[in-house]
Every structure is written in C-alpha cells, then in structure tokens.
Design a protein around this ligand. Structure first.
Ligand SMILES: Cc1ncc(COP(=O)(O)OP(=O)(O)O)c(N)n1
Ligand SMILES: Cc1nc(C(=O)O)sc1CCOP(=O)(O)O
Ligand SMILES: [Mg+2]
Length: 382
C-alpha cells in the first residue's frame, strides 16, 4: 500500500513524499519553517483560487491553483506538521498595516501572489536541508505561480477592456487630474494620457499620477505613443498610431499581457492592426475634429464597417459629443473614445454618466423598435 495520509482540506488521500529525515538529522526549526511555509503557500493559493472560481468562473485558472495546492499537500507530511509550535511562535502577533486593508481586488490578488511566491522561495531554500528534490521542485512551482500571476492579471485587464464603453483620451490642462478624477467618479473605466508637446519629465510625472489615480478607481490606464513611459509607470498598455512604433516591436517590449491599441482609418489598416496583434482599435475620425487637425473624417460608414467586421473591441473616435453619440451608437458602436467632450465639460461626472447611460438606452430602444417592426411584419392584424 502507498504511504500517505488523509488531508481534511479537501485534498483527500495524499500520497506522502518519503521523509528524508530518517536519522533525525534535520533541525526541528527547519521542520517548523517548512510547515509554516507550506501552510502559507496553500492559504494564499486558496484565496486566489476562490476569485478564479467564483469571481471569474474560470475553470482553467482555478484548476491550476487546486493542482498546486495538491502538490504542496504531498510535501506536508505528519512529521512536518508535528514540528508546529503555534503558541511558541512570536510571529503570530505581527501584522503589517497593509494587511489590514486592501485598496481593491487587484491589490488583494497581488498581495496573495506575493505571499505564495515568498513562501515557495523559503521552501526552495530550507527544503534543500530536508529532501534532495525539494529545492528544484519548489523552484519549478514558483515559476508556475509567476506564470499564473501574469496570465491572470492579463486576463483581468482584457475583461476590463471588454467592459469599457467610454474611453477618455486626455488633453493638456492645468486641472488634468481633477477632470480625470471627476470622470472616474462618474463610472469611467478607461483613460489614455495624451500630450503631444510636454517634456519627458512632465509626461512621466503626469503618467505616474494618472496611473495611480486610475488604479485607485479600478480603471485601466494607457499611454499615448510612448512605450517607454508606459513601462516606466507600469501602465496597463499603450495606444499606437500608424506613425508610431509598430505593434510587434511594442509587444516585445511590453510582453503578452499589456494592452496595445492601434488607430485605424480604413479597412486595410483595421486588418493590419488585427493581424499585428492589437487588443483593440480606434475607428475614426468619425467626424472632423479640431483635436486632430487635417485628418479627414472616415465617417459613420467606417463605423458601420467596423460593426460588421471587427472581431476585436473597437472605439469610435473623433468629434463625438453628447449631441451625436446616439447616431454613432445606432451605426453600431458599442464603445466610444472622446477628448473634448469630457476634457472641456463643465461637469465631467455628469457627462460621463450621460454617455454611459446612452449605451443602455439606445440599445433598449432600438431593440424594442426592432421587435415592434418584427411583430408588425409577422402579425399584420395585431
Ligand atoms: C483611442 C485612440 N484612437 C486613436 C488615437 C490616435 O492615435 P494616433 O493616430 O497615433 O494620433 P495621436 O493621438 O498620437 O496624435 C488615439 N490617440 N486614441
Ligand atoms: C486623438 C484622435 N485620434 C483620432 C483618430 O481618428 O485616430 S480622432 C482624435 C481626436 C478626438 O478628439 P475629440 O473627441 O476632441 O474630437
Ligand atoms: Mg500616436
């Protein structure tokens, strides 16, 4: 019969990794360290797994967490558990103020990934004193957790991009932070920092402040044109036009999980952006706009084309305001990007709320109009 034990934490029968401590040569303190860190890693994984399972309904991510927990359980032998001395542990009273509050879900997940990774690193080092394979096994496990972390946080980002219907592209103003904050308070979830004339120092400083502000509100933050600044402030991604760095070069620098947006004006540019690996595209200018002088309008015709043909999220942009938003939505746009309509608004919070409400209203109205015309066509007498 295989050696092992029954684990009460949902793991069932756990085959035991054979003890290497047969001659009692490993110090009890090492066993205590291994016991504590096996617990710490499993607890952190369980917290992450709950979000993957109940928050994201994602079987792949939650399955990977469960698999890692089970592998940890195979090392948590009764011998290591027996070394536990909770009453004699001075660390049970120590907490850090940051553990008492988490700003948002992202920081909760990041804190727990950090906890798991640290625990695995401790297991890797002290494990070398306990079992010949423990060092390499826990090193591999730590790399699996890094991969899970970047895939999960990248996935979260993509989900937030998909859910964003209004995108604020900023223009320079002395009230930049307060305008953006007012829009975030109205429910804005996507912001791009755009300033074509500032010095690099100013750009970096604004990008840092805006990135922090957006993340406080759970919104995504992208930088226009500049991959280096996006990297320096750990932004969620960049927006690149036809004259900017090519998407594939930006992807090499930013890695697979950051967002890259690309401006398009016609079907050929759209096709190239999609093939190049853009996460979303700008579709415009819908109307001519003083924000981008000299760029001819692509018009509502191109919006209709995007509605029919774009397999990735797209934002109609250019001259969109509270007066014409309904025309743009009726042409098929489910997402819009604006500069002046929010940056020059007297009440950015209210204007944000108005824009967002139009997506629901126009769709409900056009759906009910469609269903009424269906009833009229199919039941002429009713
Ligand atoms: C969402 C979005 N769409 C299009 C643009 C324009 O990008 P680009 O063509 O590179 O022009 P500049 O903004 O750099 O002047 C954008 N910024 N955002
Ligand atoms: C930055 C930008 N890019 C465009 C494009 O079509 O690629 S239109 C545009 C400016 C949009 O500004 P406003 O909302 O003030 O008209
Ligand atoms: Mg550009």
């Amino acid at each position: 019969m295989n050696a092992g034990w029954y684990d009460e934490n949902n793991n069932g029968f756990v085959p035991m990794v054979e003890s290497h401590n047969q001659r009692g040569q490993v110090q009890p303190a090492v066993c205590r360290i291994l016991d504590a860190n096996l617990d710490r890693a499993r607890e952190g994984l369980r917290i992450i797994e709950e979000w993957c399972r109940f928050g994201l309904n994602n079987a792949q991510f939650s399955g990977e967490c469960k698999q890692l927990r089970q592998e940890l359980a195979t090392w948590h032998s009764p011998e290591l558990r027996a070394a536990r001395d909770t009453l004699g542990d001075p660390g049970t009273q120590l907490t850090h103020p940051q553990e008492q509050q988490r700003a948002d879900l992202k920081s909760l997940l990041q804190a727990n990934f950090c906890r798991v990774e640290e625990a695995l690193r401790v297991l890797e080092e002290y494990g070398k004193l306990y079992h010949p394979q423990m060092g390499s096994v826990f090193k591999q496990m730590r790399y699996r957790v890094y991969t899970l972390e970047s895939r999960l946080l990248g996935y979260e980002r993509q989900q937030r991009l998909l859910r964003s219907q209004l995108y604020l592209v900023t223009s320079p103003t002395k009230d930049l932070l307060s305008v953006v904050e007012a829009a975030l308070a109205g429910g804005l979830t996507l912001v791009q920092y755009r300033d074509k004339n500032a010095s690099d120092g100013e750009r970096l400083s604004y990008a840092q402040q805006l990135c922090q502000l957006c993340h406080q509100y759970g919104a995504l933050f992208l930088v226009n044109d500049r991959v280096d600044i996006a990297l320096a402030v750990d932004a969620d991604g960049v927006h690149l036009g036809q004259q900017d760095m090519p998407i594939n070069a930006a992807r090499q620098l930013l890695g697979p999980h950051k967002i890259i947006g690309s401006s398009t004006t016609n079907p050929e540019e759209m096709q190239r952006a999609i093939q190049g690996g853009a996460d979303y595209i700008g579709v415009g200018p819908v109307y001519e706009t003083p924000t981008k002088v000299g760029k001819p309008a692509a018009g509502l015709e191109y919006v209709r084309y995007a509605a029919q043909h774009s397999p990735i999220p797209w934002f109609a942009i250019g001259g969109i305001d509270v007066n014409n938003i309904n025309d743009v939505i009726l042409a098929g746009a489910e997402r819009v990007a604006v500069v002046r309509a929010l940056m020059e608004a007297e009440q950015p919070t209210l204007v944000t709320q108005y824009f967002l409400s139009q997506f629901t209203r126009v769709h409900i109205q056009s759906k009910s109009e469609l269903s009424q015309s269906y009833v009229r066509a199919n039941h002429p007498g009713s």
